[in-house]
Design a protein around this ligand. Sequence first.
Ligand code: ADP
Length: 188
Amino acid sequence: MRAVLLGPPGAGKGTQAALLAERWGIPTISTGDIFRANIKGQTELGRKAQEYTNAGTLVPDEITNAMVRDRLAQDDVVDGFLLDGYPRNPDQAVELDSMLADLGVELNAAIEITADSEVVIERLLKRAEIEGRADDTEPVIRKRLEVYATSTAPLTAFYAGRGLLVQADGIGEVAEVTERIVGAVEAH
Ligand code: ADP
């Protein structure tokens, strides 16, 4: 299984990515997690990414693409992977195609977890109280949703056009959503 996970911030991509990866026995690659780990570790990459993640805007493609290209070259992803948070705009999608072509593999699915913005704002504000993520403040959440709508949402049409899009409703219990996604992918 080689899949990308799409959906607005707060749709539950991170949670579902971990459960799906376990189910399918493949690693997850979360660009948001990689950025946060680098920011925490105060690496050069973290220093470059921080101003963007804090503002809720996309880290420049040249930084993100290079990071994903390195990650996809590692041994543990040869038999499959689940990308969470990448690609996030059409240029990244094209770049991903080139990375996979270089590796001689293809995507099997683009899984979109859907959720409306009122629900996701509520979830993210609740998460802010629990996890204290720097980008979970209301103005930054609104910015992230705006970036999603303009830059990332067009990817659903891009993957639908290639017959790769699988959609699942992200509202409901965590386990219920996981089963819904697995069912939709199997039906695909
Ligand atoms: P969420 O999906 O909840 O908005 P993520 O953890 O996926 O959060 O990402 C957090 C931040 O990391 C984004 O707002 C952005 O600044 C940066 N980021 C993550 N993935 C990418 C990407 N593919 N391209 C550019 N920036 C990214």
